[in-house]
Design a protein. Structure first.
Length: 621
């Protein structure tokens, strides 16, 4: 069980760095990290077999990037330029010989040639560095040998107490389930275990006083969420084009027929033979929209009256507009034109739209990934694509948690209770406003049995489960605990450097052979709304096929200084645009504890307390 593990994979090879060979080992390690561990490979690079370049990357990834794990592949053999172990030993602070022994003993069971591999593993700060062979098969096998102990080792290194103790509850259940003193005195006692009884449900005294989850940035959290959205993938469904507004096309749309399907007049006038030049013409008929173009055929000296959009009759190669003609003879009753005079000399193809000039038969008119707006719906109708394949929208299950919550439909408010407003707000934001279907999973009390039951129902109905409450430091905040212990979830982060919304939690799990995403949002209504904009809506857009899942940014200026928290702060404001000025003016809504319209604002480190960007603002002009 783990929450956030950021990993770097470094390939060390002269040939790969110079483009003379294709790196296969690095991508293979990325695949294993992603599929076998569910961790996030944040960076993958290639450097030549140069000690200083290897050291520079290892130090940067350890000291600045704060990776939990760095895997190197290559440079561990006997060749003169195989210097990876030397570079690694120069920068690590503590060695990890057990990992090396596990890799060597495992490799020797496969081939005696493994004894020629010079592997190294060690720790720098809170980063574990492991050298692996450059051979793809050897790198994969050696990494697999250490995976069984890797999660626990990294948890210990990162001081992730909650995860470490959860691991020991699995490995040494007798230390936790048997209350007798004799049972607890037997076997291994974890050196990083603070309390013998870590039951957060019944023992408030032993609850953690500090969160075991490392603080990550909003950008990191968003990247992690989207990376795991990819594990669910996109689903496709076929809908009527009239129901496809704002949906994302899953396939290219081609035109069966050309547009126009016949030569069409651009003007109201007369279809003529350009070779007849200017002069008199006998009017032999008319062409209106809906006529068959073969009904009339022009001969020299004749013309056909024609309306805009009507088919040009066979034999004609130009259209002369009405303004460039004179009537010279009419029928006795004055109702029909019999002869006209062409005043200007026509030119071949004049004022005629050729067949397929707008859309050619067989051409792609809309590409996969296109978001269908009103104009695109019109194009679908034009080519007769009345049934289209689009990416299916995810269903988002909404679950509120808390003993104090009651249904807003209840007439009488119970003593000590409040009405659940979060679910209504999130439904309006996610479903009504942005069109992503939701499922009401109810309200769960702060009880393990009830919470487990309501979560199970949410997993049955939702691709993405969004909970509110239960993720802070209270003794009744049980969400993370039950996700790990009851659903075998992987928690990828549990704290984000932001205000409000710091305890936002993201987890993944398998439920009935399907991948599920869980976003645990704080119970505070403002926090829940802000974090929905930052994480829930982007995830829903990504799963719906949007290539750009994040909201647009606009520039704005503050009229007065704003006191901001050391964390990036998200403040609700009113934006006003004056005239043609593209930069909006900002007015705070006041007390940020109260719920109101939500916009997004961050402190710009370079400009002090200045606005960087906003989202979902009301535009007042």
């Amino acid at each position: 069980m783990a929450f956030l593990y950021r990993v770097g994979v470094l390939t060390i090879s002269d040939r790969c760095s110079q483009g003379q060979a294709v790196d296969k080992s690095g991508p293979k390690l990325v695949e294993i990290v992603t599929n076998n561990l569910g961790w996030v490979v944040t960076q993958q690079s290639i450097v030549p077999d140069e000690i200083e370049e290897i050291k520079a990357v290892l130090c940067d990834w350890s000291d600045n990037q704060k990776f939990a794990l760095i895997l190197t592949t290559g440079g561990t053999g006997f060749a003169p330029r195989d210097v990876t172990p030397e570079a690694t030993k120069m920068i690590i602070e503590r060695e990890a010989p057990g990992l090396v022994h596990a890799m060597m003993s495992g490799s020797l069971s496969v081939t005696p040639m493994a004894m020629l591999s010079r592997l190294t593993a060690g720790i720098r700060g809170k980063t574990l560095i492991i050298n692996l062979p450059g051979n793809t098969k050897g790198a994969a096998e050696n990494f697999q040998f250490v995976i069984p102990a890797l999660k626990h080792g990294v948890d210990v290194l990162l001081d992730n107490k909650g995860q470490v103790e959860a691991h020991h509850k699995i490995v040494h259940p007798y230390l936790f389930n048997d209350t007798s003193s004799s049972a607890k005195s037997v076997g291994h006692v974890c050196p990083h275990k603070k309390h013998e009884d870590d039951d957060m449900v019944t023992n408030v005294v032993s609850r953690p006083r500090k969160s075991p989850y490392p603080m990550i940035t909003v950008d990191e959290a968003q990247k992690i969420v989207l990376e795991h959205c990819k594990t669910i993938g996109h689903q496709i469904e076929t809908v009527s084009f009239k129901q496809a507004l704002h949906r994302v096309l899953a396939v290219d749309i081609g035109a069966k027929d050309p547009l126009p399907p016949f030569p069409a007049s651009i003007k109201d006038g007369y279809a003529v033979i350009s070779g007849d030049k200017a002069g008199l013409r006998k009017v032999i008929g008319a062409s209106n929209a809906g006529n068959k173009p073969e009904d009339q055929k022009l001969q020299p000296g004749t013309c056909v009256r024609i309306n805009t959009g009507a088919p040009v009759p066979p034999g004609a190669d130009a259209v002369v507009q009405v303004e460039d003609t004179e009537l010279t003879r009419a029928s006795d009753d004055g109702k029909e034109e019999l002869e006209i005079k062409i005043l200007s000399e026509p030119v071949s193809r004049q004022d005629i739209r050729p067949v397929g000039s707008d859309i050619q038969a067989g051409s792609v008119i809309l590409f996969k990934g296109t978001v269908l707006g009103p104009a695109e719906i019109g194009l679908l109708a034009t080519v007769g694509a009345t049934r289209v394949e689009v990416f299916k929208k995810p269903t988002i299950a909404l679950l509120s948690t808390g003993n104090e919550l009651q249904n807003p439909d209840d007439k009488e408010l119970k003593p000590g209770f409040i009405r659940d407003s979060n679910k209504s707000t999130l439904w309006a934001l996610i479903d009504a406003e942005h069109g992503f279907p939701t499922y009401d999973a109810g309200i769960a009390s702060d009880d393990l049995v009830d919470l487990k039951s309501k979560l199970s129902t949410a997993f049955d109905h939702g691709d993405l489960v969004v909970t509110t409450g239960g993720v802070s430091m209270g003794d009744k905040d049980l969400l993370r605990q039950i996700l790990v212990q009851e659903f075998d979830a992987t928690i990828h982060f549990g704290r984000v450097c932001m205000k409000p919304g710091k305890p936002t939690t993201f987890a993944t799990l398998k439920w009935k052979e399907k991948s599920k995403l869980i976003l645990g949002l704080p119970g505070n209504p403002v926090s829940a709304t802000v974090t929905s904009h930052l994480y829930v809506l982007p995830a829903a857009r990504f799963l719906s096929g949007y290539s750009k899942p994040f909201s647009a940014k606009v520039k704005a200026r503050l009229s007065n200084d704003l006191n901001l928290d050391p964390r990036p702060e998200y403040s609700r404001v009113i934006l006003t645009w004056n005239g043609n000025d593209p930069v909006a003016n900002v007015e705070s809504t006041g007390n940020q504890i109260q719920k109101c319209r939500v916009c997004k604002m961050r402190r710009n480190k370079n400009n002090g307390n200045k606005v960087r960007y906003f989202f979902n603002s009301d535009r007042n002009s």
